[in-house]
Write a protein that binds this ligand. Structure first.
Ligand code: NAP
Ligand code: F7E
Length: 346
């Protein structure tokens, strides 16, 4: 049975990756942080008491700031594949806590890579790199586009990217960078713009919210569906050698277009509810991201199936269901029609 270790297992991508790897027959180990409240909400639907026979997911306490524990974890789990997804992943917040972001999102990567190198274990390593590394470089962006990060988060990811390349070249380790463009889902963190919009729509429909405050509506992003992006991570580690791949849809839309599409799907006029609050603007913005994922398509055979419009429907449906409302329902139909093995927990 192949064994995977995931940092960031409690996050959006970590939780979909567990779903996917368990379906592929893996034993999955994950690093979780100690918190005073449960932070395993995204894993509840697959959690099985580890004492029971047949359990294949195991959680271990630790933190990306603690190299001693990371070393123990890698040594004890002895994984075949490591998916390093843990990070302070919020771009706006990285301007408020730049040093912490550098420590966790940047140095955290070095702690894992160094623990792996010293262990002598020949695990394949996946680095969660980001389109934020391209920042101000004009679109479309591919593996050869120069990095020009526009936030402490983006800068920390550039550092991590190069550390993964350095360990690959310097020590012959198998390390791959997945340069993923924005990917969203019903499990997306509530303060990222897509989920903020779809949750607000549900709250407005339920009569619990009257307005939605947003920042820059003109920013454009290449938004895809997260489940497909964790499949791309796995495909990268099945490739015969470590390499770097851009993953995205090739289509970009503005925040305004996302809001228009989502509100109108729910039968609302976005203009009546959306207001601007400057506190959500960033000191430096990334204006436009569009992936050129032709390398991933050619070498890995990866291609996204879910379009922007479909993604919006999946997310609005899910948030309306969560608010106890009856959604229009196209989201679930789209997932079923396109063969996604996603059950009750979207
Ligand atoms: P996410 O939902 O914010 O999840 C981040 C994960 O990292 C959570 O499990 C979080 O734990 C964990 N974490 C944060 N600080 C930690 C620390 N000090 N020690 C240990 N674990 C810590 O992010 P995501 O959307 O799933 O993204 C996964 C990875 O891909 C991240 O590295 C992100 O930067 C990167 N990325 C994301 C996108 C995207 O569009 N989603 C695109 C490109 C790259 P808690 O649950 O306890 O907070
Ligand atoms: O912002 C604008 C904001 O926070 C998208 C992370 O997963 O993807 C994510 O980073 C855009 C920006 O995502 C609000 O200014 C307007 O232009 O949803 P976001 P992000 O910054 O693109 C990359 C690829 C990652 O790697 C990151 O980890 O939306 N925007 N109004 C707003 N953004 C937020 N959050 N909130 C607003 O009210």
């Amino acid at each position: 049975m192949p064994r995977a270790l995931i940092t960031g297992i409690t996050g959006q991508d970590g939780s979909y990756l567990v779903d996917f790897l368990l379906s592929k027959g893996y034993e999955v180990h994950g690093l979780i942080r100690r918190a005073s409240t449960f932070n395993t909400g995204r894993l509840g639907h697959i959690y099985v008491d580890p004492h029971l026979p047949g359990a294949r997911m195991f959680l271990h306490y630790g933190d990306l700031s603690d190299s001693g524990q990371l070393t123990n974890l890698i040594y004890n789990v002895h994984p075949d594949e490591i998916y390093h997804l843990g990070s302070q992943s919020h771009v706006r917040v990285s301007f408020d806590i730049p040093e912490y972001t550098g420590d966790i999102t940047g140095l955290g990567t070095t702690r894992i890579l160094e623990a792996l190198r010293r262990s002598g274990i020949k695990a394949r390593y996946y680095q969660a790199s980001s389109s934020e590394m391209f920042g101000a470089s004009p679109p479309p962006q591919n593996e050869k586009t120069p990095f020009y990060p526009r936030s402490p988060y983006g800068a920390a990811k550039v550092y991590s990217y190069w550390m993964a390349v350095n360990y690959r070249e310097g020590y012959g380790m198998y390390a791959s960078n997945g340069i993923l463009f924005n990917h969203e889902s019903p499990r997306r963190g509530e303060t990222f713009v897509t989920r903020k919009i779809t949750r607000a729509i549900a709250a407005i429909k339920a009569g619990k919210q009257k307005e939605l405050f947003l920042g820059n509506l003109d920013a454009r992003r290449d938004w895809g569906f997260a489940y497909e992006y964790v499949q791309a991570m796995w495909m990268m580690l099945q490739h015969d050698k470590g390499d770097d791949f851009v993953v995205g849809t090739g289509q970009s839309n503005s925040v305004r277009e996302f809001a228009e599409e989502a509100f109108s799907y729910a039968g609302l006029d976005w203009d009546k509810y959306v207001k601007i609050d400057k506190k959500y603007f960033r000191p430096t913005e990334v204006e436009n991201l569009i992936a050129d994922a032709s390398k991933a398509r050619k070498i890995l055979g990866w291609e996204p199936k879910i379009t922007f419009r479909e993604l919006v429907r999946i997310m609005v449906d899910s948030d309306m269901e969560e608010a106890g409302l009856t959604p229009p329902g196209e989201g679930r139909r789209i997932l079923a029609a396109k063969g996604f093995p996603i059950g009750s927990k979207l």
